[in-house]
Write a protein that binds this ligand. Structure first.
Ligand SMILES: *[C@@H]1O[C@H](CO)[C@@H](O)[C@H](O)[C@H]1NC(C)=O
Ligand SMILES: *[C@@H]1O[C@H](CO)[C@@H](O)[C@H](O)[C@H]1NC(C)=O
Ligand SMILES: *[C@@H]1O[C@H](CO)[C@@H](O)[C@H](O)[C@H]1NC(C)=O
Ligand SMILES: *[C@@H]1O[C@H](CO)[C@@H](O)[C@H](O)[C@H]1NC(C)=O
Ligand SMILES: *[C@@H]1O[C@H](CO)[C@@H](O)[C@H](O)[C@H]1NC(C)=O
Ligand SMILES: *[C@@H]1O[C@H](CO)[C@@H](O)[C@H](O)[C@H]1NC(C)=O
Ligand SMILES: *[C@@H]1O[C@H](CO)[C@@H](O)[C@H](O)[C@H]1NC(C)=O
Ligand SMILES: *[C@@H]1O[C@H](CO)[C@@H](O)[C@H](O)[C@H]1NC(C)=O
Length: 808
């Protein structure tokens, strides 16, 4: 009962519903009159739902696949995957009508797809009078055979975006991504062999084309990536074990390597190449390998002028003075809000965007040059849209003729200077990494892989937090229920979200091997902190992300550890330290966090480098938002149990991030029972419930928060510990609270000046200060029912953040 951790909601009956609907669903989808071959002269009609060919083991089904009202594809799909995952289509770019379309196996051996009006939209390229039957093999290959059993034509020779085990990719073939989620329309990303015999991923758009894997550097040396350009056989295959081998010496394995698992390798609409493994019992796909860890390394992902952000938030954004070209399709990039025409009558200036670069398209590269001279080069050339300048011992200047492959990350040195009309110039440097806070209505950033990235339909694009596993689980449940409806009503738009769920899981949160973390931390060289649950080390991952790696002590349990860490790991809020992954190997239990640059709050309050009022108020709001999210918004509520200044980290913009949430649960998992065997928290910040053995609720965090804000107001610690044996004495905190309450009752506003940190020398907003102290006092109420909730605290503080409260 005394549970200081996630409070699960009852799910039992939902699970039963889920199972029931799943069974119902499976029995409905399985065709009763299916066959596994089509004989000469016969046809499949779009009008008859049971006109399907299934492979003899029922893994694959071939037939008409439709999803919009009246658009159908002749396709092959996994029979029992949750959403009938399509692995091949004959007519990706030319759907047929839902009435009167058919596929006919003519007597001359040609398989022909015709639309309602008899128009031929697709046909096999082989004629042979001795053709006999079209068979769907257990591999997912649709094969036309003659009477001797020889193969005349096979769908494996014409892949779309997916390669199935044993299907080969050869020099003449390529996989082409779909243009967007839920579409078969061909997009711009390709997997194929280049002229150097190297298997590459490239963006081949209407305006540019460029290779981004194995490297985004055009001068890369293939051998550095373990590839070879000498073998001209150009053949690659994923085998039944989950091992992918290519003639250029590329080899990789699915993480669940082994026989008996259904897999596919697909180039997704987001340009990444992934191996998926099917969970037979749920029908859901799991990503078991992917080519690119960092989505911003995929070229063209944010379109022309667009910028891929890789930081706290990952997504596409537009630069200042630009806007989306097409709100319904962000991959089309952005366009300037001004007239770019370079005529003498218009004078231009620049907007500086720090930590940003656009890859490629250099008009002119000059070294050892000053910023002013670089600026003049760009001003003097009408073709120049922007220039990149960075100082690295000497000045490097790149004039850009086009803005593609933009990316922004704190590790990017220097700034890009965008050419804009003089009237639009801003004198200060801006950054899209820190300037706008990602609130729920942030209009400029869209998550990669979120449904809205390519499909937002209104002008106000919403910021969407990556789904947590908890959320995904919820989604699965809801989906299964909706899926039931879909079976009846033929509406399946909801299903689209599911794939996002697991995509994001794969790209934002993952398991690390112990070896990987040893390498990242250089064998745990730099210790940056040590807390109750273990020491924290700084490290750099292979994709250059800087991380903090925490070694947990006293943690056991394998599967449970994974389940809980992943729940915590998928909680994402800007005021909570982000968990990127974990490692659970033998006795090692490590958690990988984002690295937060600045010091913890205690070092910014109780030392000489103290925060000013404005920052303190902002920090107070941030902590409240983070806690409110944990208490009220995540699907599985989390109580922190150890809120104190040491656990509040500040980033470069002094935005607070709460660390160590959820760990209370992990360290308790060793024992049999779910009850707390040992008091958690830190003396001085612990609510009285702990001492009185009362049930622990989120109000313990409210109490600790109260102490933290009172300390922020006063700028000193307020010990709430009474020396033993001196019961008459009052703790410093209680004394302070009692005195302040009395002053407030007297009703004069002067009391606030006596309380607030004198080091601020009176430079603070009185109204804000009064509000904060009042909240602090309400939070440390002995009776937890009298304490406010974090939700209401956020509301009060936000109201006070506004002008009204600020300018008295
Ligand atoms: C049909 O296409 C395949 C693969 O592109 C090719 O190998 C074959 O020669 C073609 N056959 C005819 C008759 O064009
Ligand atoms: C699920 O299938 C439907 C067509 O039946 C499609 O519209 C939708 O995009 C699919 N979802 C995913 C995630 O592929
Ligand atoms: C080229 O690659 C193929 C397929 O991987 C392999 O069988 C062959 O031995 C390789 N040839 C050389 C010269 O390495
Ligand atoms: C993949 O598995 C094979 C064994 O089947 C092994 O030889 C190879 O080293 C593995 N490759 C990677 C990259 O792990
Ligand atoms: C498949 O999913 C079920 C239910 O989520 C899970 O219990 C099982 O371990 C999964 N199997 C595999 C092979 O991942
Ligand atoms: C925006 O993109 C959508 C989807 O690609 C397309 O249908 C629409 O015509 C585009 N709108 C404009 C104004 O280009
Ligand atoms: C770059 O531009 C400057 C000034 O226009 C010019 O002097 C220089 O030669 C150019 N460099 C190259 C490599 O074109
Ligand atoms: C850079 O330019 C300055 C003068 O503009 C010159 O004195 C210096 O030698 C140059 N450095 C290099 C490395 O070219």
């Amino acid at each position: 009962m005394n549970a200081c951790f996630q409070v699960s909601k009852p799910i039992k009956h939902q699970m039963m519903t889920k199972t029931f609907i799943l069974l119902l669903f499976c029995s409905l989808i399985r065709p009763s009159s299916s066959i596994n071959f089509l004989s000469k002269g016969s046809s499949l009609s779009v009008d008859d739902d049971s006109d399907l060919i299934t492979s003899s083991d029922n893994t694959f089904t071939c037939g008409f696949y439709g999803f919009q009202l009246n658009a159908y594809w002749f396709a092959i799909w996994f029979t029992n995957s949750n959403n009938r995952t399509v692995v091949w289509t004959a007519n990706p770019n030319r759907p047929v009508s839902g009435r009167g379309s058919k596929v006919t196996f003519h007597s001359n051996g040609v398989l022909v797809l015709t639309d309602v009006d008899g128009m031929v939209l697709w046909e096999t390229n082989m004629t042979s009078t001795d053709a006999d039957r079209a068979v769907l093999l257990n591999t997912g290959n649709l094969v036309l055979k003659n009477q001797k059993g020889q193969t005349l034509w096979q769908s494996f020779d014409y892949p779309t975006d997916t390669l199935l085990p044993t299907q080969t990719l050869t020099k003449s073939k390529r996989l082409i991504s779909a243009s967007r989620k839920g579409s078969f329309q061909s997009g711009y990303f390709n997997l194929n062999y280049d002229s150097n015999n190297v298997l590459t991923l490239s963006y081949d758009g209407p305006e540019i084309s460029s290779v981004y894997w194995p490297s985004r550097d055009p001068n890369y040396e293939v051998w550095k990536y373990g590839r070879s350009s000498f073998n001209s056989s150009r053949i690659a295959v994923l085998d039944d074990m989950g091992v992918f081998i290519s003639s250029d010496r590329l080899q990789f394995n699915a993480s669940d390597m082994g026989f008996g698992i259904k897999r596919r390798i697909t180039i997704d609409y987001d340009g990444n190449l992934r191996i998926y493994s099917l969970n037979d019992s749920t029908g859901l796909w799991l990503v078991t390998w992917q080519a690119i860890a960092q989505p911003c390394n995929i070229h063209g992902i944010c379109g022309r002028n667009g910028i891929c952000i890789h930081g706290e938030k990952t997504g596409c954004s537009y630069p200042p003075r630009y806007e989306w070209s097409n709100h319904t399709d962000l991959s089309q990039g952005c366009k300037p809000t001004f007239n770019k025409k370079c005529v003498n009558s218009i004078s231009f200036g620049f907007v500086e965007l720090s930590h940003t670069d656009y890859y490629g398209f250099d008009l002119n590269f000059t070294r050892n040059i000053s910023l002013e001279d670089c600026r003049d080069i760009c001003l003097g050339d009408c073709r120049c849209d922007a220039y990149k300048y960075k100082l690295n011992g000497e000045g490097f200047c790149y004039a850009k003729s086009a803005l593609f492959n933009g990316y922004s990350n704190l590790n990017v040195e220097g700034a890009i200077y965008l050419k804009v009309p003089k009237a639009m110039e801003t004198p200060i440097s801006t950054s899209i990494l820190t300037s706008s806070m990602p609130t729920c209505t942030d209009a400029s950033v869209v998550m990669i892989g979120s449904p809205s990235m390519y499909e937002s339909s209104d002008t106000k694009v919403k910021w969407i937090y990556p789904y947590s596993i908890a959320f995904a689980v919820g989604v699965v449940e809801v989906l299964l229920i909706l899926l039931g409806l879909w079976v009846f009503y033929g509406n399946n738009v909801f299903v689209a979200n599911l794939e996002d769920g697991y995509r994001l899981i794969s790209s934002h949160f993952r398991g690390f091997s112990y070896h990987e973390l040893v390498k990242a931390t250089k064998n745990f060289k730099v210790e940056i902190g040590r807390g109750g649950s273990g020491a924290v080390y700084k490290g750099i991952l292979e994709d250059q992300r800087v991380v903090a790696v925490k070694r947990l002590e006293d943690v056991t349990g394998g599967g449970e550890f994974w389940a809980e860490v992943s729940t915590i790991g998928h909680i994402n809020h800007m005021n909570l330290v982000r968990m990127w992954g974990f490692c659970s190997e033998k006795r090692h239990r490590l958690v990988v966090y984002e690295y937060v640059q600045n010091l913890s709050l205690d070092k910014r309050l109780f030392s000489s480098s103290f925060l000013q009022w404005e920052q303190r108020f902002k920090v107070a709001i941030g902590i409240a938002k983070g806690l409110a999210y944990l208490h009220h918004e995540c699907l599985e509520w989390v109580i922190h149990c150890d809120v104190k200044p040491e656990n509040i980290l500040l980033d470069a913009a002094f935005e607070p991030k709460i660390a160590d949430f959820g760990l209370a649960k992990l360290s308790e998992r060793g024992g049999q029972n779910d009850e707390f065997t040992r008091i958690r928290g830190t003396k001085g910040y612990m609510a009285p419930e702990w001492a009185h053995n009362l049930p622990i609720t989120a109000k313990v965090d409210v109490y600790s928060y109260g102490i933290v804000v009172l300390e922020m107001a006063k700028g000193i610690r307020l010990p709430n510990v009474i020396v033993q044996g001196a019961e008459e004495e009052e703790s410093a905190l209680m004394g302070f609270v009692r005195l302040t309450k009395r002053k407030i009752l007297k009703g004069k506003e002067l009391w606030i000046d006596e309380i607030i940190d004198p080091r601020l020398e009176g430079l603070f907003s009185k109204k804000q200060a009064i509000k904060l102290v009042e909240i602090g006092i309400a939070c440390v109420e002995e009776d937890r029912n009298k304490r406010p909730t974090m939700d209401s605290v956020v509301q009060v503080l936000i109201d006070c953040e506004s002008e009204l409260c600020y300018k008295e």
